[in-house]
Design a protein around this ligand. Structure first.
Ligand SMILES: [Zn+2]
Ligand SMILES: [Zn+2]
Length: 233
């Protein structure tokens, strides 16, 4: 006779009602099947945070570093909207955060096998904040969820040091430069101390948001800010 635990019954019912399909190949059962996971390159993407030129450790190049608040920028994989990593990130943001997180935890493990050393100097992990309205709409900050996974893996505390607000000033009255700042306005919320912070987000594209967050952290006394994202566009 079939003897199922309560948890197994729940899992079985869930699979029947909401079947999930691999984002890589479409096979039923997991968000990212073993085969597709095995095909991911998790050695990391390291580029200058300003000009995006690839290099060995994600440090800013000599010319760019003076205009960068981020000391380094690293990502686990390359972002494309239609690759499995892109689809996973979309799912994380818009639909099924809890289930999808397991796939990201596996990716982070894979990255740390190659690159554990690069995170050893970090004192504190800080997620890139969401605008408040977004947080209310979505109910969670995906950067915080990823930061929590990293915190467990590398044994460092995660703190929500930063906040972002939509500035109420009317955009039309601002100059172009002011608007840029306006969009990304961040501020420190809380009194923490750290020499080296790992700033975590899901995707790194232009780097404007991370730079703004790094700027605030540096004003708050942090000496070194390392940007970390799951994917880099
Ligand atoms: Zn697959
Ligand atoms: Zn550069």
């Amino acid at each position: 006779m079939l003897d199922l635990s309560g948890q197994q019954v729940i899992e079985f019912t869930k699979d029947c009602l909401f079947p999930i399909f691999c984002f890589g190949c479409g096979k039923e059962g997991e968000w990212l099947c073993e085969d597709c996971f095995g095909r991911l390159d998790l050695r990391g993407v390291f580029c200058c945070p300003v000009c995006h030129r690839p290099n060995e450790n994600g440090a800013g190049c000599a010319v760019c570093q003076p205009q960068s608040f981020l000391d380094r920028a690293m990502a686990i994989a390359v972002y494309q909207e239609e690759n499995s990593v892109g689809r996973l990130i979309k799912a994380l943001k818009y639909n099924y955060a809890e289930d999808v997180l397991a796939a990201f935890a596996k990716m982070i493990d894979g990255f740390l096998i190659h690159q554990f050393g690069v995170l050893s100097e970090v004192d504190l992990i800080v997620p890139v904040p969401l605008h408040r309205r977004r947080l209310v709409e979505r109910g969670f900050n995906q950067a915080r969820l990823l930061a929590d996974i990293l915190g467990q893996k590398i044994g460092r505390p995660v703190v929500e040091w930063l906040q972002r607000e939509r500035y109420t000033m009317q955009q039309a009255k601002l100059s172009r430069e002011e608007r840029r700042v306006n969009v990304h306005q961040a501020f420190a919320n809380g009194d923490f101390k750290a020499d080296s912070v790992l700033l975590v987000d899901d995707v790194f594209t232009t780097g404007a948001t991370m730079q703004e967050c790094a700027r605030v952290l540096k004003i708050s006394g942090v000496k070194k800010v390392i940007g970390f994202s799951v994917a880099r566009g």
